[in-house]
Ligand binder design. Structure first.
Ligand SMILES: NC(=O)c1ccc[n+]([C@@H]2O[C@H](COP(=O)([O-])OP(=O)(O)OC[C@H]3O[C@@H](n4cnc5c(N)ncnc54)[C@H](O)[C@@H]3O)[C@@H](O)[C@H]2O)c1
Length: 313
């Protein structure tokens, strides 16, 4: 069975990919520096390490048939804390990898590279990165251009990943669901901004297709495009005693874009299958069973957590 290295596999997205690939009997190894975790207890091969460590690039990486590259500082806020560090972790490391690794790379980028634009965007549309995060991902996309790689530009993810890894509460559907549950109100700034959204479990499905496929290049991945206010309304239906507070204050996050997924549908036969209400229901279960004690704990929010520990990264 194919040997797969999942770099950054202890995170929100990594958790569900590891589970799916193990279930499909791939030979999986996770490499991660456990930035947000105290332990990695999943029954899966694990190497503790940092992608900035030179020894990583001297190891026998070409023994792996595919590398899934997830490790990064993730999110606009987290990446703005120290732009040089963001460049070092998100971009310089990939530059080193492509010099020595000659097999298949599955790279995870973001639809944030589109920034704020009208129309429904495809992979050939102009890009307009508005943050250090999006810029770092775009630089990675460019250097991967001539390699055997596939790049997924993901919409904003939602839902529960696996049973072990930290859930991210800094993603719009997850945040608003937690606010609806704990605070009985969802503050929506503006609300007209569009976001493509995608369940985290669908990312795992797409990645599994990618390691079987020979296709290369960039693919948008999303379930659908929704306005933030539509997302809040959908969540409100599941948390009946919550209300939406709409404010006209201009939210500092100016991102506003819609994408199409035709390329992934046609070339990879990929269709998202987990809808928004599935995601909200599983979040509601997690919250009502009190499995998240305090969603405001910094560990659930990349930016807040990294601000606390920035000297140690
Ligand atoms: N969650 C989303 O909405 C979303 C959307 C688009 C793209 N992505 C991309 O998907 C990937 C995974 O995102 P996520 O949501 O799981 O984020 P995450 O922050 O939960 O996971 C990142 C993982 O990378 C590891 N990591 C970070 N720096 C490292 C280093 N120097 N060395 C080794 N490991 C390191 C962390 O320990 C963590 O396990 C990222 O590349 C991200 O840009 C995520």
């Amino acid at each position: 069975m194919k040997k797969i290295l999942i770099v950054g596999g202890a995170g929100y997205v990594g958790g569900v990919i590891v589970d799916l690939l193990l279930k499909k009997k791939y030979d999986v190894t996770v490499y991660d520096n456990l930035l947000y975790e105290e332990s990695f207890r999943k029954d899966c091969k694990f190497i503790f390490g940092d992608i900035r460590d030179q020894d990583f690039y001297k190891s026998k990486l070409n023994n792996f048939d595919s590398i899934i590259w997830l490790a990064a500082l993730v999110g606009d806020g987290a990446c703005s804390i120290n732009p040089n560090l963001t460049d070092e972790i998100n971009f310089q490391t990939l530059k080193k990898l492509i010099k020595i690794y000659k097999k298949r790379i599955v790279f995870i980028s973001t639809c944030s590279v589109y920034g704020a634009q009208n129309g429904i965007l495809d992979e050939n549309s102009d890009v307009n990165p508005l943050s250090h995060y999006a810029t770092s991902k775009l630089k990675c996309e460019k250097i991967l251009q001539d390699s055997n790689s596939i790049i997924f530009r993901l919409g904003t993810l939602f839902g529960v990943s696996d049973n072990y890894s930290r859930i991210r509460m800094d993603l719009v559907v997850n945040t608003l669901s937690a606010k609806a549950f704990f605070e009985k109100k969802m503050s929506v700034f503006g609300g007209d901004q569009f976001r493509p959204i995608l369940h985290v479990k669908d990312v795992a499905r797409a990645i599994e297709i990618a390691i079987r496929s020979k296709k290369q290049g960039i693919y948008n991945l999303s379930l659908k495009n929704m306005r933030i206010i539509e997302i809040a309304n959908a969540i409100g239906k599941h948390f009946k005693n919550s209300k939406i507070i709409k404010t006209k204050i201009k939210f500092q996050d100016a991102r506003n874009y819609r994408v199409k997924n035709d390329k992934a549908r046609k070339e990879l036969n990929f269709n998202a299958i987990y809808d928004l209400s599935f995601g909200i229901k599983e979040l509601k279960k997690l919250l009502t069973e009190k499995r998240i004690k305090n969603f405001n704990d910094p560990r659930y929010t990349n930016q807040k957590y990294l601000e606390l520990f920035k000297e140690k990264i």
